[in-house]
Design a protein around this ligand. Sequence first.
Ligand code: UD1
Length: 429
Amino acid sequence: MIQGGPPLHGEVAISGAKNAAVAIIPAALMVDGVCRLENLPQISDVEMLLTILRELGAGIRHIDKSTVEIDCTDVHFQDAPFELMRKIRASYYLIGAMLGRFGTAKTTMPGGCNFGVRPIDQHIKGMTALGASVLVENGFIYANAGENGLVGAKIYLDKVSVGATMNIMLAACMAKGKTVIENAAREPHIVDLANFLNSMGADIRGAGTDSIRINGVTRLHGGTYTIIPDQIEAGTFMCAAAATGGEVLVKNVIPRHLECISAKLRECGATVEEYGDAVLVRRTGRLRSTNIKTQPYPGFPTDMQPMMGVLLCLAEGTSVISEGIYDNRFKYMDELRRMGAEVQVDGRTAIIEGVGGFHGTNVRACDLRAGAAVVVAGLCAEGKTLVEDIHYIERGYEDFVGKLSGLGADIRRVTDCDPVHGCAAIFCD
Ligand code: UD1
């Protein structure tokens, strides 16, 4: 429940990156020893993955709120909790991790935010190139490395895919010989996964470029690793500061990862100052329109599109958003229209005529980022906004309500749900 109006002011600390954490936790399955992960975000996707690992035999010890020790010394191949796997997109990383650890994998087809068809053919192509036989049947994925185990190969991705790049990295790091992934994705969390694996003894070079080279090793050992800050959580607070006309110091970030977001906010009339590990966002004048095209990194991230969409709905003039990754990522615009936005959506394009303001009403979080976007809209709206289905938001944002309250927002959570078992949600990015 949000009472809109107050501009956000103050400081907010950003948590660890969801999309790095959800790959690094499955990666821990391949480690022969104890992994201590620091800066893990407290979100339900992380809890679900830790639960899956625990059911595979891993020892999980929470050291403090953002530090967990994962001991996979005694894990063994067995049926994993498929109901949980089905709920999260990132369960696809268990294919690469299980193949690497056990030589065999059984997972469900992954869930994920429902913004169009989301095939995993490039993941399968990669695993097959490494010598695995992969069968997709009745919603399950079975993969087997055979008697000789995985063998390095040259893999050219037909599409720049974050998930396929990371999954192939996982499977290849203990394959025999050298793997090269061409046309690889370059997102910060890909570099983070490579850094994690390398710190546990893997030999991966080139992460962050479109050509990644992996020399297989026989064993990964334990160690301590700190996850990078979340680019999208940071961008969300940056947009919220600009949208409400406030001033917020967004701390514990890597400003380089935020450059595409900072550039767009400046085009919209906000001031963004960069410091060593923080950015200050301020907006005093009227928001100005601009155009956005979402693209793989270092382009503008598709996961930031809904939050920027909110801003552009309030900006003077006409803005155009072209969604370059997904077919169906404008459902949240229906919710914003209920709050007064003027938007026309045609396929992957949205044409926005800026309005003077939103009015509060009942809206839904259609998925994780769409949920964050309607909350940001609610902060700017006149009157009360009730956001339903917030379990989507809690899958990817740590203490969203608490962090916004700390910045002066009038927001409170009005119902509870169990993050691991109690939510009906099946989609998350
Ligand atoms: C990841 C992120 C998600 C983000 C997306 C793009 C996680 C858990 N999720 O999702 O938040 O929105 O990156 O930055 O990290 N594709 C294929 N075949 C494949 C794989 C992908 O055609 O085998 C297509 C997809 O349908 C999509 C595009 O490639 O159109 C990019 O998808 P991808 O980068 O793989 O996204 P995800 O890994 O699913």
